[in-house]
Structures are given as C-alpha cells and as structure tokens.
Design a protein around this ligand. Structure first.
Ligand SMILES: Cc1cc2nc3c(=O)[nH]c(=O)nc-3n(C[C@H](O)[C@H](O)[C@H](O)COP(=O)(O)O)c2cc1C
Length: 188
C-alpha cells in the first residue's frame, strides 16, 4: 500500500493558544506509524481571508487558500484539533472549512477537542461531527477530549500521563484503520 497523507489541522489562532499541544501529540503518534505521512496545518500560518465564495468557485483564489485546499484534497484522512469557544468551535476553523467542499468527501475525519476546563470540549465534538457529515466526510467514532489541557500536555505536545498517551495511540490506530479501509476502496 502507498503512504497515506494525514493533515492535522490546528483549529485555533488565539495568541498563547494551547491547541498546538494537542495537534503535536497526534502528529507525533501519526509520524511514528508506518505508512503514514502527517502534515501540520496551522490556520494561523494560512491566514485565510473571510469566506466570500468556495475555493472551487473562485476565479483567482489566493495562493494560501489553494495550498490549504490541496492538502485536504490530497488527504487520505484528516485530524481536526479544536478548542471549545462558547460551546462552539472557533470561527477561524469554520471559515476554513466553509471554503472547501468535495475535498472532504469520503475522507475519515478524527476530531480531537480540548479546553482548560473540566469537560474537554465534548460539545464541540458533536457539532463538528455534524458539519463533517454534511460535507460527505466520515467522522470516526473514536475521539479524544482533553480537559485541563494546560496540565495534561506540555508545550511540545508530550502527555504528562501515560494513560493519556495510550489513549492517543488508540485514537490514531482507529483513524489509520479507517484511512486504510477507505483508501483500499479508492483502489490505492
Ligand atoms: C472566546 C473563548 C471562549 C471560550 N469558551 C469556552 C467554553 O465554552 N467551554 C470551555 O470549556 N472553555 C472555554 N474557553 C476556554 C478555552 O477552553 C481555553 O481558553 C482553551 O485554551 C482555548 O484553546 P486555545 O488555547 O487553543 O485558544 C473559552 C476561551 C475563549 C478564548
């Protein structure tokens, strides 16, 4: 089987944000998985314009939007790491998603959420699954919700608790299972 591409989207751009810690953890687990080529997609780096029209309908799309779209289009699965903002996910993430469409179709999507509070973004998880299904993506049953992220992961995304580390590995194993299954269906 060919190498599978799995982008990990960092869904927050807030100054001093914690989301990269969670994205880095999942990226590291994917990187150590044979046959997987992960890439970190930092929405702060892409600095996408406010959505005026979907990428597929723009005559002269900005290069950074084209690049973002290419990563999702080429993906065999996608991870979205997001915090909970006012019981939703950040506007910057919705703006990025709404620029695309068919790029997500039939792709397994693993959602990982967090908060500094006790609930770890569980509300966001359900919301984002609905959004992904609307795009024809396949949100996988496995997920990670991280309460008290500032006490659970260090700045490099290392889990301070071995049990949590194992949870992240199981999540990645599940995602890779779906990525491989759907890739086979596409004849890869
Ligand atoms: C605008 C805003 C709204 C928030 N709303 C919630 C919330 O609804 N539930 C929650 O548990 N934490 C909430 N928090 C706290 C976040 O969980 C915490 O700030 C987290 O670190 C945000 O992710 P980030 O650091 O990547 O931006 C909110 C934070 C911000 C900035």
């Amino acid at each position: 089987m060919t190498t599978l591409s799995i982008p990990v989207i960092i869904g927050s751009t807030r100054r001093g944000r914690y989301t990269p810690r969670l994205a880095k953890l999942i990226y590291a687990k994917l990187e150590s998985h044979p046959g997987i080529d992960p890439v970190l997609i930092d929405l702060a780096h892409y600095d996408l314009p406010m959505m005026e029209e979907r990428l597929s309908k723009l005559e002269e799309p900005p290069q950074r939007l084209v690049e973002f779209g290419r990563h999702i289009d080429a993906a065999d699965a996608i991870v979205i790491a997001t915090p909970e903002y006012n019981k939703g996910y950040p506007g910057v993430l919705k703006n990025a998603i709404d620029h695309l469409g068919s790029e997500f179709r039939r792709k397994p999507v693993g959602i990982v959420t967090h908060s500094v509070g006790a609930f770890g973004g569980i509300v966001v998880l359900q919301q984002l699954r609905i959004v992904m299904m609307n795009l024809g993506a396949v949100p996988i049953p496995a997920a990670i919700t991280v309460p008290h992220i500032h006490e659970t992961l260090d700045e490099d995304g290392r889990a301070l608790d071995k049990n949590f580390d194992r949870r992240a590995e199981r999540f990645v194993e599940e995602l890779v299972w779906y990525a491989e299954a759907l890739a086979r269906q596409r004849g890869l």
